[in-house]
Design a binder for this molecule. Sequence first.
Ligand code: F0G
Length: 460
Amino acid sequence: MHEKVTIEPFRIKVVEQIYLASEEERFAFLKKAHYNPFLLKSGQVIIDLLTDSGTAAMSSEQWAGIMRGDESYAGAVSWDRMEAVIHDLTGYPYIMPTHQGRAAEHLLYSRLGGPGKVFISNTHFDTTRANIEYSGAKAIDCPTEVGLHPNEYHPFKGNMDLVKMEAAIQQYGAQNIGAVILTVTNNSGGGQPVSMANARAVGELCRKYGLRYILDCCRIAENAYFIREREEGYGEKTYKEIAQEMFSLAEGCIMSAKKDAIVNMGGFLALKDEELAVQCRTVLIITEGFATYGGLSGRDMEAIAIGLQEVFDPHYLEYRIKSTTYLGDKIFELGVPMIRPVGGHAVYLDAKTFYPHIPPEQFPGQAMVCELYKIAGIRCCEIGSVMFGKYDENGEFVPAKMELVRLAIPRRVYTQSHMDYVIEAFGELLENREKVRGYRITREPAFLRHFTAHFEPLQP
Ligand code: F0G
């Protein structure tokens, strides 16, 4: 039978001009940004794959909702709508709106964290880790072994390693575990999905040791797509039912609505535990805003309520995952090493293998990110030793487990020809790979250094 092209399941109503700066300009812009793409201006970029967070195009329904936004300080109708949609999806009774995911993390982990506490996750996202460490607690990642090998196929490479998880509980003592956090999909681990079986097994271990189980669920719809496709017994369920089942396994969730709620700003914390919710709500009111708006305007809450329903549309999810796979597969066919299979929201390239002559302490991922900008005005993000590298007590450099570069795809923003342009740029990247050199950091802050660090290219 004729295999149909997966088309964008929408037509375009508003357009935004993009422009490719000349090569000379791009070199100058990058130098001025201290070779850190986070410091580039968006107008200097033609295709922006820095993040899928808050970069989505909203639907006409969401824009219509924006007009309905109720901006009342207390008891806004828009909050009722947002709360009802989240309640229906998660089943959790206590819901708190926040301006984005990390604000929800702050509410929860400042309560559950503190010195002596330990958190366990399949992989903590960087703001999650930073919130935990900032409270004085420790964050331990327990990804599965296969998840650390870019080339090895596994349908659920985002899973938690249950043996490592149990060993960590025994090592630190159940009474010291602040929470177990399952990140779906596993962003820092390659946008890879977590199976329902794994989510259930994590829940069983949590119950065995009396631990609190939290989902970091910002890409749970994308995760549900993979479960339906790849996990036995889910082929007949709807994506929403799959997500609901996963929520039912945990006792709370944190969501950055900037991902799978397809909005530009927003987040929430939802909990089963009333006492904990009361404590978090106090912090919410002190740091974010009153309980019925958090850090959000009424119109944001409307857009979230609508986006959280649209995201489970099978046409949307199929297009979403297939278009990410299209980009990844084409780049892979050119011979660029990457995490296989391709994840949900992004393609993760293996810069360590791509540039074998650049050691981790010279940041091969940063080199790739800078080359892509120089070649084609494309912006993307390093997820390697710039983001996760450390120095030990003796000041020795400790590299990250992998040196990755992430091409994150904004939702409903770019068309297939934009992606073809990105694929072409990789052809050129391959031609020049031996000539590329690494970078050194010239300035760095104590936390989340990738956002603001300055770099300098190393000379050949
Ligand atoms: N958890 C995960 C898994 C995330 O990917 C993010 C954000 C957050 C929490 C924090 O949410 O940005 O709304 O405060 N990830 C973005 C990214 C920034 O580019 O992957 P936030």
